[in-house]
Design a protein around this ligand. Structure first.
Ligand code: ADP
Length: 852
């Protein structure tokens, strides 16, 4: 057996081999040592012909999924080895083979992947002037192809975008850096060199004419087949993403804009996805997430979506009916996946039927809407009535989880099954009657008939009545218990074999009938997938309608000219989570306006203003309504965002380097139809350095890149650029000074800001008075020198610095701080003693200051 093991392990050296022995999967040697640590299970040993015992550990087969998930989650790959012949029929050692490979990107266990997420696996295919990415979700059967330019940053941007855990590469890579990056990002690497597409997948690419694209897809599919050890008949038609077929948002921008994950905590809450996800089905939520990542650029499709959302808004009752029906729809894509893999059960088919039951009602409601798009959705929605009826007649409403124990096929579905069941029932009735006849025949009033797995049916007589048992009854003693004796008779055994035989026959027949049904379901794959996609889009648009109604969104107007006209816009997420009232802001950029230079103190709302625009554009191009009073927008092809300085510790690059890389990426890739948001560019380095870079970048954008740019900065010195740069326009976020502190108004108005208020913000953060005071003095000195002459302000002894404050300033400071302190008091919340103490402190402070 160990030889057999080693023979198999040889071909799967980078896999942990789960070797089936009886009820366990065993692991040996290095695999055992590793797995015992990772899974926290006991490491034992086994005599295996070697001098020393071989390290071994094992997991029970019924709980194997749990352990597989754990290993795969940690990035390992597992090869499952099963017995592939009946041990009874085997001569010598039972034949074993690898029946499946379980890897992070091909995990298909139910419940192991988030319902609202896709679990993509991606293959990299190198071509002459770039790369092709082929990616699939094995659980739903979706496949995509995408060409990426020859730039490793863009390549990994796209890969990370997909949130994949496993990447398939050729064994020989032209660009050696790829492997380095894969390791750096902790991605599981798998190799596949086979680039011929098996003929049965040809129909998936019959609209793809580029040979290289097909090869890239083949590389991935061949790997998937190798892991599943079977053809994947549920794979859907491949979609090719042309860079010009959707609104492209690079990975950093997605992160910065918190589309599906928050920037710091990586949580789903408080993201655009969180806000919009009012979907009733998991499929709808997944579709929504994909749509957020890739909004449309096709005006016609966007307008169709608007019209349907509007229709839902106006037909509240129909919308509620639809939601009611959608809630009954299960995850069709994943059920179809399980049908294809052969690991679906009777419950899946019942859930499929329940989902299909909803379809006629959905169709009816769509008709009621009287909307062109709803009608075309309706026309494309297959009914699948016959298939639904087939499952209805075949499977009971509440079937057991296992398909190997029978008891789920409905009466009347199969004649033979009904006959066997009737016979078995007759025998069962016979046994029930048998108790009565035996009691009468023998006179043993407490005689009972029971059943257990070891002895089958038996007669039980209690100790008290044992002397009534006579030889002529033909009772054969089988078991003695403390209170009774158990017997069998020939007659009972005959009936028993009839019942058990019938049971086995029933189980086998039900299993065969199930497989037949599964094959019939497989034939419906394409239609079910079409249905799933249509329902997903519908579900998403209903969610848009719900959110739009709840949050007062309006229908955007898509225009031809490159004009942005948003009246009283809001940031959709900030307005939901902020306790303060959100201050509405308009954004206007006419045809010739190219750069909006936004100045204002830190924390005043510059980033929020810029993100607001990006989010409104993304929502508009997804077909959703937007938070504003009026929104007139052209179609954008790309959005680039560089917001705030942050360390990317995971890749070991400095903040400033990351900042510059992203700026460069935007400058290199923007077209006249793009939007760039630059937030505080240059903040990550020294002031003059940063300001100089910021100005140079603005000048470059102004002269070389003809797209819409929002540039925020707290360097208010840059606002003079408006004098020279024709298409640059100054706006600023208003703030006002009150009693020496700053109040943010969050209102964006025309013109440059007059100062940067940095020191005020320091004050707000309760820096020691002496620090802000000193900062003010330094500032005055710097301003005297126009800020540009690098003159080092004299440093002074801070301990004696207090002396240099004027008495009046000190008095003001003290009174201000006393007032602040008193203002914050909640009189209902403190005890009389505490109040006395505070009063005492205040009096002391006043005494101290008035004595000066
Ligand atoms: P900045 O980029 O200028 O440093 P932010 O855009 O990060 O400032 O805004 C700081 C905080 O101010 C936000 O977290 C938000 O809570 C609040 N804020 C921003 N804009 C608004 C607004 N228009 N209405 C209400 N609160 C706002």
């Amino acid at each position: 057996m160990m030889q057999q093991y080693l023979e198999i392990k040889k071909d799967y050296s980078d896999y942990i081999v789960f070797f089936r022995l009886g009820d366990f999967y065993e692991m040996f040697f290095q695999d055992a040592i590793l797995a015992s640590k990772e899974l926290e299970i006991v490491l034992t040993g086994r005599d295996a012909g070697a001098k020393e015992r071989v390290p071994m550990c094992g997991v029970p087969h019924h709980a194997v999924n749990l352990y597989l998930e754990k290993l795969v989650d940690k990035g390992y790959k597992v090869a499952i080895v099963e017995q592939v012949e009946d041990p009874k029929a085997a001569k010598g050692i039972v034949k074993r083979e690898v029946v499946k490979l379980v890897t992070p990107g091909t995990l298909t266990l139910d419940g192991s992947v988030d319902q609202k997420d896709n679990n993509y696996i991606v293959a990299i295919h190198e071509i002459k002037n770039g790369y092709i990415l082929a990616f699939s979700d094995v659980t739903t059967g979706e496949n995509y192809l995408e060409k990426v330019p020859y730039d490793i940053n863009i390549l990994f941007n796209e890969i990370l975008n997909l949130n994949v855990k496993e990447v398939v590469i050729p064994s020989k890579l032209r660009n050696k850096l790829i492997k380095h990056y894969l390791n750096e990002y902790d991605l599981t690497i798998s190799v596949s060199d086979e680039t011929d597409l098996p003929s049965y997948y040809r129909n998936l690419v019959n609209e793809v004419y580029d040979k290289e694209l097909i090869q890239a897809f083949a590389r991935l599919v061949n790997y998937l087949e190798k892991t599943q050890k079977q053809a994947l008949m549920h794979l859907q038609k491949v979609m090719v993403f042309e860079s010009n077929s959707y609104l492209r948002i690079d990975n950093n921008s997605k992160k910065n804009l918190e589309l599906t994950e928050t920037f710091r905590r990586q949580s789903r809450t408080n993201t655009l996805f969180w806000l919009l996800d009012k979907c009733s089905t998991a499929m709808g939520s997944r579709y929504l997430k994909q749509s957020i990542q890739r909004p449309l650029i096709n005006t016609e499709h966007i307008l169709k979506r608007y019209s349907l959302v509007e229709s839902f808004n106006n037909n509240f009752i129909t919308r509620s009916d639809l939601i009611e029906q959608l809630k009954k729809v299960y995850d069709l894509e994943r059920i179809v996946g399980r049908i294809s893999f052969g690991n679906c059960n009777a419950k899946d088919l019942v859930n499929l039927r329940k989902s299909l039951n909803a379809v006629p009602y959905i169709k009816e409601s769509l008709k009621d809407l009287n909307n062109d798009f709803a009608n075309s959705i309706n026309d494309n929605m297959p009914d699948l009535k016959d298939f639904r009826e087939l499952i209805e007649t075949a499977i009971i409403d509440n079937p057991p989880l296992s398909i190997k124990e029978g008891g789920f096929i409905k009466e009347g579905y199969n004649k033979t099954l009904d006959e066997i069941r009737n016979n078995a029932n007759d025998s069962k009735t016979w046994i029930e009657n048998f108790v009565e006849t035996e009691r009468e025949r023998t006179g043993i009033s407490k005689l009972k008939v029971g059943y257990n797995r070891v002895f089958g049916y038996y007669i039980e007589v209690t100790k008290g009545q044992l002397d009534l048992v006579k030889d002529e009854f033909g009772y054969v003693r089988k078991q003695t218990l403390s209170n009774s004796e158990r017997y069998i008779t020939n007659e009972l055994k005959e009936k028993e074999s009839l019942i058990l035989g019938a049971n086995e026959a029933m189980i086998n027949l039900e299993y065969d009938l199930f497989l037949e049904l599964r094959e019939k379901s497989k034939e419906q794959t394409l239609k079910l997938q079409e249905l799933a996609k249509t329902i997903s889009e519908l579900d998403m648009l209903i969610a848009f309608s719900i959110v739009s109604m709840n949050n007062r969104y309006i229908k955007p107007e898509i225009i031809e000219e490159r004009i942005i006209d948003i009246v009283d816009g809001r940031h959709p997420v900030v307005e939901m989570i902020n306790e303060e009232v959100f201050v509405e802001n308009s954004i206007t950029m006419n045809k010739t306006d190219q750069i909006l230079l936004i100045t204002g103190p830190n924390m005043s709302g510059k980033s929020t203003y810029m993100r607001q625009l990006a989010l409104i554009i993304i929502m508009a191009q997804m077909g959703c309504f937007v938070p504003a009073k009026i929104a007139r927008l052209p179609i954008f092809d790309q959005i680039f965002t560089r917001i705030g300085a942050s360390d990317d510790l995971s890749t070991g690059k400095s903040t400033f380097m990351v900042e510059m890389l992203e700026v460069n990426y935007a400058l290199q890739n923007a077209t006249k139809n793009s939007l760039i948001l630059f937030d505080e560019i240059g903040r990550g380095t020294a002031t003059y350095d940063g300001m100089a870079l910021a100005q140079a970048i603005i000048e470059y954008c102004h002269h070389k890149i003809n797209c819409k740019i929002l540039f925020s900065t707290h360097y208010h010195e840059l606002t003079y650029l408006e004098d020279d740069l024709k298409s640059l326009h100054n706006v600023h976020v208003k703030a006002k000074e009150e009693n020496g502190t700053i109040v943010f108004l969050h209102k964006v108005v025309d013109g440059p800001t007059d100062r940067s208020y940095g020191i005020h913000v320091g004050k707000l953060a309760k820096l020691p008075n002496i620090v802000t005071k000193r900062a003010n003095d330094i500032l005055k000195e710097l301003e005297k020198n126009h800020g540009y002459n690098v003159i080092k302000p004299q440093t002074i002894d801070l301990f004696n610095y207090q002396e240099t404050l004027s008495i009046q300033e000190e008095v003001d400071d003290t009174y201000n701080s006393i007032i602040e302190q008193l203002k914050e008091l909640d009189i209902l919340d403190i005890t009389p003693i505490k109040a006395m103490n505070i009063l005492n402190d205040v009096i002391e402070e006043i005494k101290k200051i008035s004595s000066k």
